[in-house]
Design a protein around this ligand. Structure first.
Ligand code: 4NP
Length: 159
């Protein structure tokens, strides 16, 4: 498999996308594929630039066996050159990414994480920032499923 680079994107880059980054890194590590991937995350906004993930996301992640060590950063136009796939968490992220994409090739790199969910009735990863504990667990449940299926789909592509 050719080395693939994947950027996960949410609004603030302190909850969903750093969680997706950690989950995807663990999955590819468990499959001994770390050398074949570059995984990162970024936010549409720059409000939390440089910050570690939200404490609540960190705690829920830790309870499920993940350590979050990403520092928030904003998506830039260079990301469209550097990454093969740019994966948003909800429609608002996708719309913002489409606005940032300057060429058709850039646009074609954009995907919804929900496209990889087993349950086709769920079409986004709900923003947990203003909600309770359940929302953070749901983020992890959805992203574990989506990231596992994403890796499978990349394998199928290269078969
Ligand atoms: P995220 O969650 O997009 O999953 O990182 C949010 C984090 C911060 C804000 C909104 C959503 N905020 O408005 O500051």
């Amino acid at each position: 498999m050719r080395k693939k680079s994947i950027l996960f994107v949410c609004l603030g880059n302190i909850c969903r996308s750093p969680m997706a980054e950690a989950i995807m890194k663990k999955i590819i590590d468990n499959n001994n594929l770390s050398g074949s991937f570059t995984i990162d995350s970024a936010g549409i906004q720059n409000y939390h630039q440089g910050q570690m993930p939200d404490q609540r996301m960190q705690q829920h992640a830790f309870a499920r066996g993940y350590l979050l060590n990403h520092h928030a950063r904003q998506v830039t136009s260079l990301d469209f050159e550097a990454f093969d796939l740019i994966i948003g968490m909800d429609d608002s992220n996708i719309n913002s990414l489409e606005q940032k994409a300057s060429t058709l090739e850039d646009k074609q790199k954009i995907r919804r994480i929900a496209d990889f969910f087993t349950n086709k009735e769920i079409d986004h990863v709900p923003d947990p920032y203003y909600g309770g504990a359940q929302g953070f667990d749901l983020v992890i449940d959805l992203l574990e499923n989506g990231c596992n299926n994403l890796l499978k789909s990349l394998h199928e592509e290269t078969e």
